[in-house]
Design a binder for this molecule. Structure first.
Ligand SMILES: *[C@@H]1O[C@H](CO)[C@@H](O)[C@H](O)[C@H]1NC(C)=O
Ligand SMILES: *[C@@H]1O[C@H](CO)[C@@H](O)[C@H](O)[C@H]1NC(C)=O
Ligand SMILES: *[C@@H]1O[C@H](CO)[C@@H](O)[C@H](O)[C@H]1NC(C)=O
Length: 473
């Protein structure tokens, strides 16, 4: 019954999207968009007993956030938001978010990074670029020159380049520290972004920023998109027990991690989680990790220094062991990634044969792509409407002269023109936020899963799925 409902609903929502041009703070006319909010409210309520749909978005926010008792627990955002919440009635259009992107690359990645940046660019967002120490000085210079000379970047000033590059060891803790480094600079340089998105030069968007910002505007800013599991299986032996050293921490030349002959036991003061190294994290969670007003992120950072493939576990373990943040996880990385069967260390390079699956997935990003693979041109043409060497057009591009780039004239950045990509992405988001999926997949421990299975086996599937959401809310 639930399925039927969401399907019909969905259909209705999709229709409203096609020609929406929205402006921040202008009241909404399209009732279908309001339906999205109501739908999310209904699916997001923490306590199923009150999920009649009448409970408000604000109530959700408050329960999710739980006003802190101690002053040092309250972030600046929470203080500001608690003032805003009282002012803004639910019916107003959702304020637009801002995204903070970190795009990383290594030797030979400059051109690919430039293309990814152009495809992802929107004046509302902020971008930080990191070419690691393995890249040629020439490439780093070229990158800096490009960012310094593009008239749009000059005017908006939202593209930063990390000058003091880090040496990054794949699978090593230097990867995590580089990500934290980029996030720290973003926190310091801009006060107004909502989500941090970590990408590499070999990633590419499948929807426009207008699509992404539009759909995200309806979501609570606290959500963290992080694919994770506690079922670490064989990795317990190959990842959690070995002790590694990352030479990138103390020598200036790139080399792989090395193993110590001794092994360690599994931790008992926290539980291990792992998952995709590609995440979309809330500003609040990033602050928590970097400013460390609780000692957990720091302790875990030290623990993960000697862990194989720490980027696939650090943030996941922090968030799932944090009482304050575990309820904010959405178990999806918003990426389309294809693996070999059986999976190998690196994912498949995507080509035209994946185009259909990629699009149908509804994902916001895909990886990984070879430089100038023909499928990128198809994505540009069919999904992004992007011309070679130009920005992905959006509501902010208001140039009218036929022989110049429309995006060379910057209009109101709060005007979005979401297209079919917003529908696809919304489909993915809705599928992740229906109660049975959302709550039932948050930081579930193996023992919780067993309880869940036992309970389900005593009930009909319909009741069972309801029970799932109850158990974890
Ligand atoms: C961040 O992005 C890079 C891409 O350069 C990736 O390899 C890394 O594992 C990501 N995640 C973390 C947690 O650092
Ligand atoms: C596309 O998805 C279908 C169904 O999940 C799968 O069977 C097929 O192998 C996928 N194709 C490619 C090229 O990955
Ligand atoms: C998170 O959810 C659990 C139950 O799933 C609840 O007991 C706890 O109070 C929630 N935590 C916060 C900070 O909202």
């Amino acid at each position: 019954m639930k399925k039927q409902f969401s399907h019909d609903f969905h259909y209705q929502i999709l229709f409203g999207f096609a020609t929406v041009e929205r402006k921040w703070r202008i009241p909404l006319v399209a009732s279908s968009l309001v339906s999205v909010i109501l739908f999310l409210v209904a699916t997001l309520t923490l306590r199923p007993s009150s999920s009649s749909g009448s409970s408000s978005f604000l109530a959700f926010r408050q329960t999710l956030e739980q006003r802190p008792l101690f002053a040092e627990d309250m972030t600046v955002e929470q203080q500001q938001r608690s003032v805003q919440d009282e002012k803004s009635p639910v019916q107003q259009p959702a304020p637009l978010p801002r995204l903070a992107y970190m795009i990383s690359g290594s030797k030979g990645d400059y051109e690919q990074m430039r293309r990814t940046l152009q495809a992802l660019y929107h004046p509302r967002n902020v971008y930080i670029l990191h070419l690691d120490l393995d890249a040629q000085p020439r490439e780093r210079l070229e990158l800096a020159r490009y960012v310094r000379s593009d008239p749009v970047f000059i005017e908006v000033g939202n593209v930063l380049v990390i000058a003091k590059s880090n040496l990054v060891t794949y699978r090593g803790p230097t990867m995590v520290s580089t990500t934290l480094h980029g996030a720290a600079i973003l926190l310091k340089s801009r006060k107004d972004w909502d989500w941090f998105i970590n990408l590499s030069a070999a990633d590419y968007p499948l929807i426009t920023q207008d699509d992404l910002l539009h759909v995200l505007s309806y979501l609570p800013r606290e959500l963290n998109f992080m694919e994770h599991t506690s079922a670490i299986g064989w990795k317990e032996y190959y990842r959690a027990k070995p002790i590694i050293i990352d030479p990138g921490l103390y020598v200036g030349k790139k080399s792989d991690i090395f193993y110590i002959s001794q092994r360690r036991s599994l931790p008992t003061t926290f539980r291990l989680f792992q998952g995709s190294a590609w995440t979309v994290m809330s500003r609040s969670f990033i602050q928590y990790c970097i400013m460390g007003w609780d000692n957990l992120p720091r302790t875990l950072l030290m623990y993960y220094t000697n862990f194989v493939s720490s980027p696939e576990g650090y943030f996941h373990t922090v968030i799932c062991n944090s009482e304050q943040y575990r309820n904010t996880t959405v178990n999806h990385d918003l990426h389309y990634i294809a693996w070999h069967t059986p999976p190998r260390q690196h994912p498949l390079s995507l080509t035209l044969t994946h185009f259909r699956n990629m699009t149908q997935s509804g994902a916001a990003f895909a990886r990984k792509f070879r430089k100038d693979d023909p499928v990128l041109d198809v994505i540009d043409k069919q999904l992004l409407g992007r011309q070679p060497g130009k920005f992905t057009p959006g509501g902010w591009c208001v140039g009218t002269s036929p022989d110049e780039d429309r995006c060379s004239v910057i209009g109101d950045t709060a005007i979005l023109r979401p297209g079919p990509g917003a529908k696809r992405f919304e489909g993915l988001i809705v599928s992740q936020l229906v109660p049975a999926t959302f709550r039932a997949n948050q930081c579930v421990l193996p023992e919780d899963r067993r309880v869940l299975l036992r309970q389900q086996s005593h009930r009909s599937p319909e009741v069972g799925s309801k029970q799932t959401s109850r158990l974890f809310s």
